[in-house]
Design a protein around this ligand. Structure first.
Ligand code: PMP
Length: 366
């Protein structure tokens, strides 16, 4: 299990003749695509019109809707990039089995690539993650292996060690390892960040995202800092996780959190904490009701970590002025959580308020 900060070789001072960055421009908009993989990326940015206003936020607040990706999440980008890069290096050969520890979305992205390219796919995923993710993976033809949630990343039954054991037993198999693979932050440096820059005409004062592997926020942050060093990067960390800095923010370490895909009990190599300006801890009580507000009030059919990101942005963006701009990443979609926070009954059992600051039912009550 990696415990060191990022040592990926994608730093801007790296030798440009030996640069790992893609030389390809962002993909053009086509009328007809050859396959689903060609539709990864180029996701829309949409303005929030009610939620920031209800908090008295003065700046413009925009969301980058990664759930528009064909597999339903931001992780489609790294699935395509990690397989493309491994193929180019001859590490993934015909008939290969791709094995990956995942909280589900990288697994879904990889399973989609494997379905299209004809590889086999095994996704090792903690029990905590939703049944919807399992069903989607199995529909894509992947095999799903579940590991106990409560034993941590260092245990014998962790997703990492179980993946390695499976790889040893499986001929022609590879773990691309999103937690260490430089293609992960590179995918976001080369596409997600480039798209945000293009869509905002370069005017971005703050970016808010979360960290699972840290690939999304590190890749975006690195590029934003190069273009505009005053752009502030805010990273969300669930209460119970240990990623935030300073470490004193990490109270209640190890406490269970419901939100899927962000927070860990170790620091992934792909998370570069040196490019994060501010960390904000967020609880399930804040994340889940905010995700429901995004769906109900803004019509954005997002997942739980999107709620965490927006809840944190409502704190961080309070410091921005009118005329400034905050961009928030919405990583995945409602599809993964239909039996979880989307259900008011599920929320009630966990003592989570269905909606905060809700004006939603005025027409019903009156
Ligand atoms: N939100 C969700 C729902 C995710 O699945 C992930 C990926 N684990 C993230 C946020 C964080 O993305 P990253 O791994 O790039 O930090």
């Amino acid at each position: 299990v990696p415990a060191e900060p990022s040592k990926c070789t994608w730093h801007k001072e790296a030798d440009p003749t030996n640069s790992p960055h893609t030389k390809k421009p962002l993909r053009p908009l086509k009328k007809i695509h050859a396959n689903a993989l060609e539709t990864v990326g180029r996701t829309p940015i949409i303005r929030l019109n009610k939620i920031p206003q209800s908090y008295g936020i003065k700046c413009e607040v925009l969301v980058k809707c990664e759930y528009f990706n064909p597999g339903g999440s931001v992780k489609d980008r790294i699935a395509v990039r990690m397989i493309d890069d491994a193929e180019a290096l001859g590490k993934v050969k015909p008939g290969a089995t791709i094995i990956e520890p995942s909280s589900g979305n990288t697994g879904i992205g990889l399973a989609m690539v494997c379905a299209i390219k004809g590889y086999k796919c095994v996704v090792v995923m903690p029990e905590k993650m939703s049944q919807e993710k399992v069903d989607t993976l199995e529909a894509l033809g992947a095999k799903v292996v579940r590991t106990p949630t409560d034993q941590g990343s260092y245990s014998r039954n962790s997703t990492f060690l179980v993946s390695h054991k499976l790889q040893e037993e499986t001929p022609n198999s590879i773990i691309l390892n999103q937690y260490k693979n430089a293609s992960n932050p590179l995918a976001h440096y080369d596409t997600t960040a480039a798209e945000i820059y293009e869509q905002c005409d370069g005017k971005i004062d703050m970016v808010v995202g979360g960290s699972g592997t840290g690939g999304t926020i590190s890749g975006i942050a690195r590029r934003m800092k190069e273009i505009n060093p005053s752009c502030k990067i805010v990273c969300v960390d669930p209460v119970g996780s240990i990623l935030a800095r300073p470490d004193t923010l990490n109270v209640n370490r190890g406490q269970f959190w419901e939100v899927e895909g962000i927070g860990y009990d170790f620091v992934p190599t792909t998370l570069d904490r040196s490019v994060i300006d501010e960390w904000i801890k967020i609880s399930d009580q804040e994340s889940m009701p905010m995700a429901k507000r995004l769906i109900r009030e803004e019509g954005l059919l997002c997942g739980g970590s999107s709620g965490a990101h927006v809840a944190a942005a409502m704190k961080a963006a309070a410091k921005l002025e009118a005329g400034q701009r905050c961009v928030i990443i919405l990583p995945d979609s409602i599809r993964n959580y239909l039996s979880k926070f989307v259900s008011d009954a599920w929320m009630e059992v966990r003592h989570l308020q269905p909606c905060v600051n809700s004006m939603n039912y005025w027409w019903w009550e009156n």
